[in-house]
Write a protein that binds this ligand. Sequence first.
Ligand code: PLP
Length: 443
Amino acid sequence: MKGNKLGLSQAQLDAYWMPFTGNRQFKRDPRMMVAAQGSYYTDADGRKIFDGLSGLWTCGFGHNIEKINAAIAKQARTLDFSPSFQYGHKGAFELAERITQFMPEGLNRVFFCGSGSEATDTALKLARGYWRKLGRAGKTKLIGRAKGYHGVNFGGISVGGIGGNKAIFGESVAADHLPHTWLPENAFSRGLPLQGADRADELLELIALHDASNIAAVIVEPLAGSGGVFPPPVGYLQRLRKICDDHDILLIFDEVICAFGRMGANTGAEAFGVKPDMINIAKQLTNGAMPMGAVIVRQDIYDCFMATDAPDYAPEIPHGYTYSAHPLACAAGLASLEVLEDENMIQRVQAISPFFESAVHELGNCANVVDVRNYGLAAGLTLQAYPGEPLRRPFEVAMSMWEKGFYVRYGGDTLQLGLPFIVEQAEITSLVNALADSLAETA
Ligand SMILES: Cc1ncc(COP(=O)(O)O)c(C=O)c1O
């Protein structure tokens, strides 16, 4: 079997139901990673593969970071697991406080979970619970945005705006959606697009439709990532903030991709100058080395749950996960945030982003590239679909890139790039040249 250099049996290949993967195609021709170092994987053929998406937007600092590995190993030998309900361990408290140092002022209470999807559900539940605690139990409606991605649990696909992720799963949570911000007049924008702030005003239409007394929260990614990389139009998030303020609606930023450097800032909130009421994080928090997510909320949101007449030994919120604040993940998170600071990761992103922007926009001249968008170390390319086959061209380009030694993400009609923060100019040039060749092959 082509590509199956690891000698997996058919039973082994069959047993693993791979997520978000064309299982039938993959198992005919597996693409297997065996090791990783810095910005590169090694595949089963011993080839070096450039990591053009930092794992899954997870490993911005590069792979196999000794400080993070050592912290995990030390923790595993000391306290491998600790019950997250009703008992604690030191690392959880240390990491919570450390995270708040990277958050906008006032967002200083941290609820841990195991992933970005769990962070979505957590934030949506906290929003509904908050209004109920304030005696406004009718405020339950949740508002997301077209092309938004908030993971795959029922909360996430409900507020999410990618139809394909909901199509076969039936009824989910009551939600409505803002329109996306991908506008033809913004095609090939460098950085933040100039048109489209008024798309936020559509929230006023939804308020007219549902009434603010029924709406709990709006959730958006500051820069929408997995839907295709859509930076916010200039002024858009500010308008969303103002409308939410005017109508007592909580604003949640899903920063699972944006937080901890990718935008050249601690958070998307900082990069774009808008403070939400809650921020969801995951991925880069541990540099991908351990699964972990969290929701960071304004202190008064936490306080309102604490203001209860129930006995103080009773949980204030019936929510949490077995793996909330897992000791190994906390150790990985603490070490990662040290690396973020000590290795000047944010400054590196700021320094290399202009070069990346120029390079990636050269691809706008290639056949079948309908749009190129970028911000920080994220970029998205929309490709012209083959008639009736919207998914095929990005897949073909990504497979051609794999043959050339590059891993890039394909999803829907887009290609996505999320480069490691340690990327060098020469690596960006090689990546872009290879992409130009691969795009030409499918022309
Ligand atoms: C913005 C955003 N939210 C949530 C998620 C879901 O995270 P996970 O796959 O860890 O559940 C992702 C994953 O890509 C994401 O990009």
